[in-house]
Design a protein around this ligand. Structure first.
Ligand SMILES: Nc1ncnc2c1ncn2[C@@H]1O[C@H](COP(=O)(O)OP(=O)(O)OP(=O)(O)O)[C@@H](O)[C@H]1O
Length: 314
């Protein structure tokens, strides 16, 4: 069942149509990434889901219920919301910030404390060091993680994220994305995330929604966005020069390798993407490599010729 159904939704400010008749569905437990140029209506579309922005026309269903039939306060408690710049309360400690929604929901204090500790652990923030600190005592990356932890605190089924990693440097950003993926897997949270960063979209998205001037041009899997762009703008946005590598970064080595062979001097872990396998083989100067499982047992092989074939447009 779809967790979210957006049906012919339009948003107008006066004469300006900023979201134009958009329809899309989001599967439970999936990550949908909304991309598009600045001002294309990404944030507005997302904010209509938790009614931060009133809908002009159309309907949005979350978990089968029309959001207009759910009380705003209940909706906001059920839907986590994380924004760029994290929006932490400056005069509340890290633990108090994370506890915000559980407190509104009147969880008992032992349950709140356990949840705060669990989340700090999941985001690699040692509770003894961080729980009693104030936001200004943290680095930008740490504040960002607390912001996401706070959005997840009441175990929302749905998490809306507006450029959550926008302010982070590339290394921390990669780490934050991997943390989010791990946590999303663990809790099965449905996520909608707005970003400007196409690499982030391809790294995180089960589906990518491309917007331009209020219209939804395409909403498909990352593979389809690359190989079957519905519009020249989609093609332009995904970049033409590294399309092959983007596609290969989506394909797991495990699913494309050939049978195991003896006598191969170099081995790659099967957990790699084809892109990482290619990079390793170029770097190591090998034309063929064994593929190993987590216990280093041989499970397959991959050749440079095969990799090049796999990176071609289907
Ligand atoms: N309260 C408002 N009143 C009038 N116009 C608005 C209002 N909020 C947003 N807009 C306009 O709606 C359009 C879409 O804005 P929105 O923030 O959804 O775009 P976006 O794709 O998220 O942009 P960005 O990537 O720059 O954040 C913009 O042209 C913006 O100026």
């Amino acid at each position: 069942m779809s967790m979210i159904e957006i049906r012919n939704v339009t948003k107008r400010y006066g004469a300006a149509t900023v979201v134009d008749n958009v329809s899309m569905e989001v599967e439970k437990g999936s990550i949908t990434v909304i991309v598009g140029t600045s001002g294309s209506g990404k944030s507005t579309l997302m904010r209509m889901i938790n009614r931060l922005v009133p809908i002009t026309e159309g309907k949005i269903f979350v978990g089968g219920r029309n959001v207009m039939d759910v009380e705003v306060t209940e909706l906001r408690r059920r839907i986590g919301y994380a924004i760029q710049g994290h929006g932490l309360f400056p005069h509340r400690t890290v633990a108090q910030n994370i506890a915000t929604v559980p407190q509104l929901l009147e969880w008992d204090s032992a349950r709140i404390a356990a949840r705060v500790e669990e989340l700090l652990g999941l985001f690699n923030l040692d509770p003894a060091t961080f729980a009693d600190k104030y936001p200004h005592q943290l680095s930008g990356g740490q504040q960002q993680r607390v912001g996401v932890a706070r959005a997840l605190a009441a175990e929302p089924e749905l998490l809306l994220m507006d450029e959550p990693f926008g302010a982070l440097d590339p290394v921390i950003r990669g780490k934050a994305q991997d943390d989010l993926l791990a946590i999303q897997k663990q809790f099965g949270t449905t996520i909608i995330l707005v970003t400007h960063d196409m690499d982030e979209a391809f790294h995180l998205g089960n589906q990518i929604a491309v917007m331009s001037q209020g219209r939804l041009l395409q909403c498909s899997t990352p593979e389809k966005i690359l190989t079957e762009p519905a519009d020249p703008f989609v093609q332009q946005l995904t970049g033409t020069s590294d399309r092959a590598l983007k596609l290969m970064s989506l394909l797991p080595l495990k699913e494309s390798m050939g049978p195991a062979k003896s006598g191969l001097a170099y081995a790659l872990p099967q957990s790699l993407s084809l892109r990482d396998a290619l990079a390793e083989m170029i770097w190591q100067g090998v034309d063929e490599a064994a593929v190993q499982d987590g216990e280093k047992a041989p499970v397959g092989s991959i050749s440079m010729t095969r990799l090049l074939e796999l990176g071609r447009k289907a």
